[in-house]
Design a protein around this ligand. Sequence first.
Ligand SMILES: Cc1cc2nc3c(=O)[nH]c(=O)nc-3n(C[C@H](O)[C@H](O)[C@H](O)COP(=O)(O)O)c2cc1C
Length: 375
Amino acid sequence: MTRAQRLPLRSPVLATPLQVGPVRLDTNLLLAPIAGWCDLAWRMTCRELGGVGLACTDLLSPRGLLCGSEASLDLARTNEFDRPIGMQLYGSDPALLADGARWCADHGATVVDLNMGCPVDKVCKKDGGSKLMCDPARAVRIAQAVRTALPDAIPLTAKMRLGWSEADFERGAACSLAVRLARVGVAMITVHGRTTEQMFKGECRREGIRRVVEAVAEATGPYTATPRGGIPVVGNGDVRTPDDAISMLRHTGCAGVMIGRGAFAMPWVFRLAWREQLRLRGLPLSLEGEPTEPEKIEIVRRYFDRMLEFRGEQYAMHKIRQKIAWLGKTINGSHCRELKDGVRQAATPREVHRALDHWLAVAPASERAVPPVPA
Ligand SMILES: Cc1cc2nc3c(=O)[nH]c(=O)nc-3n(C[C@H](O)[C@H](O)[C@H](O)COP(=O)(O)O)c2cc1C
């Protein structure tokens, strides 16, 4: 057993905004990058509801950004409301990633993140994503090159898994990589509590995240939520409710929580999770609770309208048809199926609006009430 493993569980820092290098966030909750979901429209939707301390773009190809490919520029699109924003780069070439990071710095990034966790073949075959966990020396060279390329005001962060394989997990691959990255100036590490071989299935192992928290604290000093002291580790994986977020903080001692799929049906989960932390600490509740059902309809409407504005009709129609099953999951009552079918079958944006208006017109008052917030 290493010294890190013998350290006592650190007490969780509830309701303490994260400090990422020189950047102070409003909360300790992060919206996860999810390719195909986390575009500008989705980030704005989640941010507007409150509680999101930091949101991140999906994977960006540095080559795509540098040669101005339309797909990459769409993914990197941001605006003044979309702050603070992490831009996430993937790849395996230190010089190219450094150039990509400079591009991000010049185009609004608050933070630049390196992807070391993607399990997808297309990314790993080119030695990027979680393949970097198999070549820690290269991962460190990349971090060094990117850190050097960025101005001091822009922190560099990394997102990883517990390793590629079970054997990596056992030998603490994520602990040693996280410590090496911290030593070359990475200002925050996010850990998804699975290995690459697990993909997105099986148990998310908080024990593994806790080990990374302890190893990083031992190497860099305890995290103090100030620009001095150790760097924060963020826990990620299967957080769907405020209680899940609290238990991630408690069981791992992590400084913040990243939520991805949990926001698909509840983009307001961040404000609920922040509110719960404030409540547990006896602090004033600065954010609202669960939205009413008509408010949820308006959330879908604004999300759809933003996709239309930023990406055009074809994209918005395709995405809303795909996502209405998730977005409708928490909408009460007898007319929910009608709403989902109406959106799925809509041929034009007008028909999407009509399906939303129809719900508002026909839903009985009893279904408009705010559902009870779980105790
Ligand atoms: C469809 C899909 C796409 C993803 N795309 C990215 C990505 O672009 N970058 C990244 O770092 N992680 C990506 N992830 C991983 C998530 O950020 C997160 O680590 C994982 O889903 C576990 O967290 P969750 O249970 O809160 O969703 C993706 C996950 C899924 C399911």
